[in-house]
Ligand binder design. Structure first.
Ligand SMILES: *[C@@H]1O[C@H](CO)[C@@H](O)[C@H](O)[C@H]1NC(C)=O
Ligand SMILES: *[C@@H]1O[C@H](CO)[C@@H](O)[C@H](O)[C@H]1NC(C)=O
Ligand SMILES: *[C@@H]1O[C@H](CO)[C@@H](O)[C@H](O)[C@H]1NC(C)=O
Ligand SMILES: *[C@@H]1O[C@H](CO)[C@@H](O)[C@H](O)[C@H]1NC(C)=O
Ligand SMILES: *[C@H]1O[C@H](CO)[C@@H](O)[C@H](O)[C@H]1NC(C)=O
Length: 447
């Protein structure tokens, strides 16, 4: 193991409610579009029984990828749709997009052994499981499909992707609720750092919009219910009237590569993963610590590892899901990080003039546009953070009509319109039920 191994991002793949493909999604995001629509009239009457009637579905259409639409037959072999749940199909697509973008193919036996996959999902194929249980209950043993188990397992996306490309390196799947995508990328970066692999395809995928899963989140009082008549305004992080998150589906994957490996083959390097922090709240199964202590810990460790100061962070892609408590806790954590610093000793050395004012903290939540992609959120949002650095554009938080009047909400939330800003260092955050958190710190320039 060599501690000096560094990890860079060389390929990206995205599927979101704004479209299929990195380019389509990014353009719609910068224009301030919303991918949130009504769940009514989607051929399932049970949606009308749920108090929250909005969700972010991936747009589908015969035009496929070139139109930014989902067309399964472009990504998977005929017949594989029977073996693969929808989240696995999404994972196949983003893995292919990311590898194509990276122009990387593992050809030799050694390359295959040094290439791994780490793709997670928070919920998996809950709808299939639901149907299968009903069928078993009604019709008994003979009606249980032999494909039920492979369609249900949460690591099947990894299995199928590794088989397609013959990758024999680490074959791993993380599931930590809504932190899944970010943990997958962070853990995969560690595999490379530690010498277990030279290349990893890593990310998260989720496709669980169904009346049953919405019912569960609605019963937990997590979902937005006040905007059923105006779906595109339902997800509104940091806005005074936010009242819960909007479920979305999609996937994100990146190609991570050891720096010298990437340089040797002349790869296009988007950014370096310079810090990865993980923490737990040890507080409550669904509610965040209102102080934001948990998120703060993970941000601090990411920044410490990166060897930078909080003031160097030009942009934070927030986890903020549009829930009253969660957004407030994260906002508090961001302010504490940027205004107080990482360690007490650093704070005391801190020079007043170098300190940031709250309004200079740039923190936006792209969930306003796409909703909450649960296990895919961390991966998708990390990719948005990479693109923000690459193009010098901060993606907006849409639907901010009235900021919380509370005097803590004084950061720059990039309201409604993208802003131009040179970003050398950025953070991407995720947290999840169970009180789990992660932050990845990215550097644009590889020095
Ligand atoms: C990776 O794991 C999956 C699921 O356990 C398995 O089906 C697949 O064969 C594994 N791939 C490799 C290359 O070992
Ligand atoms: C971790 O995530 C949980 C769940 O969203 C959140 O309540 C908590 O504040 C986070 N913890 C930290 C340390 O950020
Ligand atoms: C936030 O962005 C603005 C411009 O959009 C910039 O002037 C400011 O320096 C940024 N803040 C930080 C901490 O970099
Ligand atoms: C803080 O700023 C003052 C003057 O602005 C300067 O004299 C001092 O050296 C600075 N301290 C540190 C630790 O940078
Ligand atoms: C993400 O980072 C920001 C900025 O430092 C921080 O305020 C926020 O609490 C973090 N969120 C999570 C979920 O870790």
């Amino acid at each position: 193991m060599s501690i000096a191994r560094r990890v860079v991002i060389t390929g990206l793949g995205l599927i979101t409610p704004l479209g299929v493909g990195v380019k389509t999604t990014w353009e719609c995001l910068l224009r301030g579009q919303s991918g949130i629509v009504s769940t009514l009239n989607r051929g399932n009457d049970a949606f009308s029984t749920i108090p929250s009637k909005v969700a972010g579905f991936v747009p589908e259409g015969p035009g496929g990828y070139k139109n930014g639409e989902w067309l399964a037959s472009e990504w998977i072999e005929p017949g594989d749709d029977r073996r693969m749940g929808r989240y696995t199909q999404f994972a196949m697509s983003v893995a292919e997009q990311a590898l194509t973008d990276a122009r990387y193919v593992a050809e030799t036996e050694l390359q295959k052994e040094r290439t791994g996959i780490c793709i997670g999902t928070g919920i998996g194929n809950i709808d299939d499981t639901y149907e299968s249980v009903l069928n078993f209950d009604k019709n008994g043993y003979r009606k249980v499909s032999p494909l039920m188990v492979p369609r249900m397992l949460l690591n099947m996306a990894v299995g199928f992707v590794s088989m397609k490309y013959g990758c024999k390196g680490p074959n791993h799947s993380v599931t930590t609720a809504c932190t899944t995508g970010l943990h997958s990328i962070g853990d995969a970066a560690r595999f490379i750092k530690f010498g277990d692999a030279d290349v990893m395809v890593a990310g998260g995928s989720e496709a669980c919009i169904s009346p049953y899963s919405l019912a569960g989140f609605a019963r937990a009082k997590s979902l937005a219910t006040n905007f059923n008549d105006n779906p595109s305004t339902a997800s509104r992080p940091f806005d005074r009237d936010r009242n819960g998150f909007v479920m979305g589906e999609g996937a994100g994957a990146v190609v991570l590569e050891e720096l010298e490996h990437a340089r040797k083959r002349g790869a296009n390097i988007y950014a370096e993963v310079v810090g990865y922090g993980l923490s737990g709240d040890a507080h409550h199964i669904t509610a965040p610590l209102s102080s934001g202590d948990g998120i703060l810990l993970s941000m601090k460790s990411a920044i410490r590892q990166a060897g930078i100061m909080p003031r160097d962070v030009a942009y934070i892609n927030a986890h903020a899901t549009s829930t009253p408590q969660g957004d407030a806790a994260e906002n508090r954590a961001a302010r504490r990080l940027m205004l107080e610093g990482v360690d007490n000793d650093i704070v005391s050395e801190w020079n007043g003039s170098k300190k940031r004012h709250a309004h200079e903290i740039n923190i936006s939540s792209t969930k306003g546009a796409i909703g909450h992609l649960l296990g895919a959120a961390g991966a998708v949002e990390l990719i948005f953070t990479v693109l923000a650095m690459r193009y010098g554009k901060l993606p907006p938080t849409i639907n901010i009509e009235n900021l919380e009047s509370n005097d803590e909400f004084t950061c720059n939330y990039v309201p409604n319109e993208a802003q131009d800003h040179d970003v050398r260092y950025a953070l991407s955050n995720s947290s999840g039920f169970g009180g789990t958190n992660a932050t990845i710190c990215l550097a644009r320039d590889v020095m």
